[in-house]
Write a protein of this length. Structure first.
Lengths: 397, 397, 397
């Protein structure tokens, strides 16, 4: 029995009917079984591809991508996922950073989607806006489908919003699952999601938020560490607490990086901007107050500079479990002495984890493909089985 | 018998041999039966797609798109049409607004077309230039094919030139045909193609020209309304007159929007620039006279501002047939109180027609696909029949 | 027996095992039989396409293109080649002209390649940098594959570096082979690779270098002509000398265009920048010395202007073999009286060779496809035979 058949049989046991024709905004919208389904299908698609099986379930169709912030790795992950399933990526190139109005979004959404099966959106720049934009876009498509404008109902993959970064965090988690030899081994493992110093400013909060919102669902002991003033969204903290309570894990906050790293099994040191400042910035931007934005940027950089000691050093790494916690990063990292004088991580630490870091990233195309697959394919078990049994190959040689 | 088979049998009766390996510049180059063939194939392709039949007639091949003016909806329509038929879109990104020289066009045209089956060009900015450019491009390809440089003869879809906008107007017309329950119900219907105020300037004339050039072929009573000074190209007016005479419809001009709207079955209120001013602008541009262009722009905006009463108001809509003429627009519209303080149409009117407007737009990908299909496929009836009978699906699940 | 079968049988006799999973940097890395294999497969793929056979060996997969210098024809050639084989092109759009750092390249290379089978890179702007960049990129992928990050080992097609331009020169050579009726007719033919005046500055040296490095392998008498101060890389001259010695041809340099053209069978007059100046420019650029770069540009333009008599005139053409040497150019050319007042070639000469020039260019997509094919397909003979025998068509109508 192939790995894919095994995975398909496991998938059969999961309750995932709600995923069909549904969007993927936040991991906490989804049940545990739905998340498990994404991991399962991601592994199956990877197995099929490795065995040179065709996974091209679409003969034609578009995957629309809309990046309202720069992106290389997520863009290529989305393009790869679409291609793997037979969809052609088409980029909708709006002017960056524009906070668009409802009516325009509604029109554009329909106009580009007549033959679209999937939409991938990144909009992470403005707190309170990113998710709202994605919701407006997809509501327009839902309405367009209901009104007979669209012949099919495209589904969304959130490629990063102001709240969550599900394709990243799900890829991170699938990496952890593989590294620890199965989801059953994660219970009681300590994760340090910690802020780290960066010479740049304004990095999105969606990664730390996504991580505490997701990792707390696996019975892990999740510690969120940051200097005072670098709070994340309180709503997400609440979710993390509830998750932890439900799974027998824990979630706590600390203002000490050392505290978080102590005996940690997994560390995720990464810079982000303070939530309150990002809210202020969104308002300044909405008012077109450039002088205010410049002033805020200066303040934030000065604030950052007070916390240069928040860095993933060799010393700190030694304090983790057996001195060899799994180091995670969504990339690109600010590497001290390599990409900047002082940054998020020591060059020697980063370098030692290069191969696992790249492997971590390699799950993203499959996570995205699995999200598309589960939202589009009516009977995913049957389709996986059919691909496994088929003579159609990815490479015909 | 499926709808596609029915349509294919109808197609069999039409004389369309000249469409094979031929370009689509202007609707008035085409016979009535050729236009009917485009509508028929568009409906058939839509039916096939809705029934999950594969319409991928190309296994490989490129569709080159060249937008010398910004575009979202036409670009996605072209990309969708190519994808539907199995062609990969490749964008030729020339610097915008450049009036290119013959020799360069000839070289570029051949260089990008070695594996191209289709070329889609939008060039609508300069009166007297857009069509000329498309012609130069396609003459180069015809020559390239004849000289053995190209192994295949790519065909053109005019995605908007300075004279006509056939994919738009054919989509508009197919929408009307469906709304009125068949082409046989259009005789005697009154159409108001009228100018409307916009706070911007310099919108192309190709839509009003395309509309009067096309809609007069269906026995409709077409009224072209605009303030003095907003004349369209006289050659196109001549075509509209001849069409009307031949089909038992009528074509007349008026300087009153109220006159045009009175009892109209269809209204198409839309801003455009005066033909004479656009000719002047082309010359200023050719001479690199930026000061002259800026001065002209100011004059034209002032001229526009004298006609703010040319707007599709609720009051005017009440004067149409039963107060509910079909409202058309090529989108995006200038909506009073929504996208601008005063514009082409009242917000409440626009809003009421949102669903039909989006449906109107939904025909464009199929119109483009039908134009490509009829120019590329030697025996379109046989190929439609084969797709209808085939087990190949768009979605393999 | 079809032409393809004939070519496949010829391919069977060549020793090309080393091509599988290998990169194509420079023609002089490859054996004579390996180059012959590229020509053979290029002709076969063209024959298959002309006979409407499907050559889509990939069902999914990406071809990544990275152009660190502007490009239209090479870009479309690469896109066409990928499409012909079933790969979807994805453009990696780095900021132009950046001299990237090793670590960043390593990360980016892996991040975009999780589902990439092929990478095409153009980086020709900085002497000593272009090839280095490609090597760094591919070493990263080799390492990524070895470390289990990538499931497949993408292969490189050098789309132009600072040293060689193999897809161009191989297309040029395949054109010559077809024009002269076979590779066996090239022995003793005289080729004039000569510098020519251009009003612009800084054109890459990769074409003249690629030409003398490749054409000397066919027993031809290759003359490299340029004014003093326009030397190419000495390493490449050494290669040309060795090639000539090995094949019974010859390689010599001259500072007289007339000398080179005298009785030539093939002429390739083309502007390039002096090697030493390009080295200087790379250093200035690395130091961020914009004033120095501007000064150098002025000097180089002045130096160019001293050699306006280096042009491919009708008079010079008359001195070639029977007055009708085959004129080559990689396009676009600087044409006197057409694209510039004084340039590389007389308008009347260029015009007379238009059709052969475009045919020369038409080989590039097939050369690229052949390079991809031979690096990816384990048993190219078998796969060619299978495509020849298959019922799968490029156009299903």
């Amino acid at each position: 029995m192939s790995k894919t058949v095994e995975l398909a049989r496991h998938l059969e046991k999961l309750h995932i009917n709600n995923m069909y024709k549904n969007d993927f905004y936040w991991t906490w919208d989804k049940t545990d079984e739905e998340l498990e389904a994404v991991f399962t299908v991601a592994d199956a698609l990877r197995d099929l591809r490795e065995r040179n099986k065709s996974t091209r379930v679409f003969d034609s169709g578009l995957g629309i991508s809309l990046f309202r912030d720069n992106s290389t790795r997520t863009r290529f992950s989305f393009a790869s996922a679409c291609n793997l399933l037979g969809l052609e990526e088409q980029v909708l190139d709006e002017k960056k950073s524009q906070i668009a109005h409802g009516e325009t979004v509604r029109e554009t959404a329909n106009m580009v989607s007549f033959m679209a099966d999937v939409v991938g959106i990144r909009d992470d720049m403005y707190i309170g806006e990113g998710h709202k934009y994605q919701k407006t876009f997809m509501d327009a498509l839902e309405e367009g489908y209901r009104d007979g404008i669209l012949e099919q109902r495209p589904t969304l993959v959130n490629l990063q919003c102001d709240v969550d970064h599900p394709t990243q965090c799900m890829a991170d988690m699938l990496h952890i699952i593989h590294q620890f030899g199965g989801v059953e081994n994660l219970k009681g493992k300590k994760v340090a999601m910690t802020w780290a110093y960066s010479p740049s400013y304004g990095k999105p909060l969606s990664v730390p938020q996504g991580v505490v919102g997701l990792f707390t669902r696996f019975g892990m002991d999740v510690v969120l560490a940051h200097p005072e003033g670098y709070e994340i969204m309180p709503e997400v903290e609440e979710i993390a607490k509830k998750n932890a309570a439900a799974t027998g894990g824990s979630f706590r906050k600390t203002n000490s990086m050392a505290d978080a790293f102590k005996d940690a099994d997994v560390v995720y040191p990464k810079s982000w901007a303070p939530f309150a400042s990002m809210e202020k910035r969104t308002k300044l931007y909405a008012n077109g107050d450039q002088a205010g934005i410049d002033k805020l940027e200066k303040e934030l950089l000065a604030q950052n500079a007070q916390h240069k000691d928040w860095t993933c050093s060799e010393e700190l790494m030694k304090t983790t479990k057996d001195g060899k916690a799994l180091y995670l990063h969504c990339l690109p990292a600010d590497i001290s002495g390599l990409s900047c004088p002082e940054g998020e991580v020591d060059n020697s630490v980063f370098d030692r984890y290069l191969v696992p870091l790249y492997k971590e990233a390699s799950f993203k195309p499959y996570i995205i493909a699995a999200m598309i697959f589960l939202a589009q394919v009516k009977d995913p078990v049957k389709t996986l089985m059919a691909m496994d049994a088929s003579d159609a190959h990815r490479k015909n040689f």
